[in-house]
Ligand binder design. Structure first.
Ligand code: 5AD
Ligand code: FES
Length: 348
């Protein structure tokens, strides 16, 4: 097993069968630590002790989709819906800038209220106020033309998790109107346009098999994204998956380590979901190979409404609290949070 990890570090790729055996061994603590030590070395070679900050602004929890896992799915009649105004979004960015953020992530449900025109105005205003900042969008599936227009307006990066690379599994997580084919097309379109692109999955989502995870790794390698967002699945009580088990810390960390070796310079967040299933989840994620954290910058009044899953952390904290909390957490493991856009190494 250790030889497979050595091979992955040397060649950045394994055969499907080799990924499968490794994934099935993820609970072997000795092997996991062997992987994490290599992943940390590779991360150090690329990014040193730096962990990059992204300020997450959750600007709408309206969504036209009905993903079975997600707490803001349209069928959740109990979700209290909200939208931030352009002014509220710009105020979040200004507060974040003062706290040292140089990347803002605009994330929301697929909300028809925010037409392309409105989004373009928001992008242009943010980039006008903060020309030294990077702007990431995470607002779902759009047409090539729309992605192009957002890019021309100034958006730099786009996050669109593929959720699973197995078409059958995809169909068990989403209603039939959504398809893996379209999801992948969006990711390739975004890359072609010139965005720094992020894909990713939930670890331990219902019906996920080792084979599906191997497919995920193969797709990640093929797409060669700048960012990969992975975190554990956590049930939300008002969804069809209310009674399903959460994904585990062990498997999530193991996959972070594998992805670091596959894509040495990838931007890899230790996610809020990871911090939700374990009090030190984000620190452990960094120690397994991650190099990004994405604290919440949304106004406190709306934080307890953007609930994709149960027990989400930081829903009562101010932006400044999350900023200093993470600083302490990262310093406790020997890392620092530079005031920087934190671009992928290929872009600087
Ligand atoms: N548990 C964990 N992650 C979730 N997401 C959505 N619902 C859940 C859940 N119940 C993730 C999806 C989505 C991202 C924004 O949040 O992967 O792409
Ligand atoms: Fe929000 Fe720790 S990151 S309080």
């Amino acid at each position: 097993m250790k030889q497979l990890i050595d091979k992955l570090q040397e060649t950045c790729v394994l055969a499907p069968e080799e990924y499968r055996v490794l994934i099935d061994q993820h609970r072997d603590a000795g092997l996991a630590e062997y992987l994490f030590a290599k992943a940390r070395t590779v991360k150090m070679q690329n990014y040193g002790h730096d962990v990059y900050l992204r300020g997450l602004i959750e600007f709408t929890n309206y969504c036209k989709n009905d993903c079975y896992y997600c707490g803001i799915r349209k069928s959740n009649g109990k979700a209290e819906r909200y939208r931030l105004s352009k002014k509220q979004i710009l105020d979040c960015c200004a507060a974040g800038y003062a706290l040292g953020y140089r990347t803002f992530v605009l994330q929301g449900g697929e909300d028809g209220y925010f037409t392309d025109k409105k989004i373009i105005e928001i992008i242009q205003s943010i980039k006008k106020n903060h020309p030294d900042c990077a702007l990431t969008l995470s607002i779902g599936e759009k047409s090539y033309e729309t992605y192009q227009a957002f890019y021309e307006a100034g958006a730099d990066r786009y996050l669109l998790r593929h959720e699973t690379a197995d078409a059958e599994h995809y169909g068990r997580l989403h209603p039939a109107v959504m398809s893996l084919k379209n999801r992948k097309q969006c990711l390739y379109d975004l890359k072609e346009i010139g965005y720094q692109v992020g894909c990713g999955v939930m670890v331990g989502s219902p019906f996920q098999t080792t084979e599906a995870l191997v497919e995920d790794l193969l797709l990640i390698k093929e797409l060669n994204p700048h960012m990969v967002g992975i975190g554990p699945f956590i049930p939300h009580h008002e969804t069809p998956f209310a009674d399903q088990e959460s994904g585990t810390l062990e498997l999530t960390l193991f996959l972070l380590g594998l992805i670091r070796l596959m894509l040495p310079s990838v931007l890899l967040p230790a996610t809020t979901a990871l911090g939700t299933i374990h009090p030190q989840g984000r620190e452990l994620g960094i120690l397994a190979g991650a190099n990004v954290v994405m604290p919440n910058l949304s106004p406190v009044e709306v934080r307890n409404k953007y609930l994709l899953y149960d027990n989400k952390i930081c829903t009562g904290d101010e932006a400044a609290e999350c900023r200093s909390c993470l600083q302490k957490r990262m310093e406790s493991i020997g890392c620092q949070l530079p005031v920087s856009r934190g671009d992928h190494r290929s872009m600087v």
